[in-house]
Ligand binder design. Structure first.
Ligand code: CAA
Length: 258
């Protein structure tokens, strides 16, 4: 945890926690945050003792966007050649399931960071939006692509073109928030959900995330083909034998992660 400048990192049982910690900037995502989050998430991902990751911010802000002050004076060429947001792809690529626990503002890059996660647990205080249009730009960390897939064209277009925020209830109704919980319960609910996930067989978690990810990119027939192969491959794990034996023997399974 001392190794990171902009985040706090903690392990609770089989759950890895990453807490964005730039309160002076409402957790605005600068390059250092990207390096820190990617390093911490990659370390958790490489650790078979970790079965789920939670990313959260503060009560007031999950993250208020990419760091505007860091970007403001850059040229297009600098943004392009520096691959300004490119590092986040490594975060989106972790194999371990990731829960975004969102309280307060999740704007711009903050909303986009939440959408790189697999589950978005929202406090009733959460506010989501893609306000880049108010700055004379557009979403740059995946918002134009992932928001459409989450909420459909018309809701996404309205949010991106007006830059308005939506509250937690609208986000849940729209399919962006997996679930809304009272703000006071957010972190406990995130841990509980993460523990539930982390108690499963790790190979099956990786497999489930991989086919879910593929569904965002492939045709139905390609996706179904992939699902069949990945489904079959899990029958070579000890955990599949254990899971099905436990069902037959009416007891809880003891997964080994292999
Ligand atoms: N970048 C840099 N600094 C930010 C920031 C951001 N995205 N968001 C907030 N801050 C800073 C503020 O500048 C302020 O710093 P100072 O005290 O030094 O002035 C501090 O955080 C607290 O913010 P506010 O005083 O503005 O707090 P507020 O409660 O009055 O307002 C808010 C909260 C409505 C979220 C407001 O901060 C805001 O509108 N922030 C910007 C939101 C935004 O436009 N996000 C999109 C960024 S662009 C992007 O993300 C591109 C992409 O697609 C990747």
């Amino acid at each position: 945890s001392d190794a990171y400048e902009t985040i706090l990192v903690e392990t609770r049982g089989r759950v890895g926690w990453i807490t964005l910690n730039r309160p002076e900037a409402l957790n605005a995502l600068n390059s250092q945050v990207c390096r820190d989050v990617v390093a911490a998430a990659s370390a958790f991902d490489a650790d078979e003792g970790i079965g789920a990751i939670v990313v959260t911010g503060s009560e007031k802000a999950f993250a208020a966007g990419a760091d505007i002050k860091e970007m403001e004076s850059k040229s297009g060429l600098e943004m392009l050649m520096g691959d300004h947001f490119g590092g986040w792809a490594q975060f989106a690529a972790v194999r371990t399931p990731v829960i975004a626990a969102v309280s307060g503002y999740a704007l711009g890059g903050g909303c986009e960071l939440a959408m790189m996660c697999d589950i978005i647990l929202a406090a009733d205080t959460a506010k989501f939006g893609q306000p880049e249009i108010n700055l004379g730009v557009i979403p740059g960390m995946g918002g134009s692509q992932r928001l459409i897939r989450a909420v459909g064209y018309y809701k996404a277009a309205e949010l991106i073109l007006t830059g308005r925020m939506m509250d937690a209830a609208e986000a849940e109704r729209s399919g962006l928030a997996s679930r809304v919980v009272p703000a006071a319960d957010l972190l406990a609910e995130a841990q509980k959900t993460a523990e539930t996930i982390a108690s499963k067989s790790l190979p099956s978690l990786y497999a489930a995330k991989a086919v879910l990810d593929a569904a965002q990119e492939t045709s139905l027939s390609e996706g179904l083909r992939l699902e069949r192969h990945v489904f079959a491959s899990l029958f070579d794990t000890a955990d599949q034998k254990e899971g099905m034996a436990a069902f037959r023997e009416k007891r809880a399974p003891e997964f080994q992660g292999r």
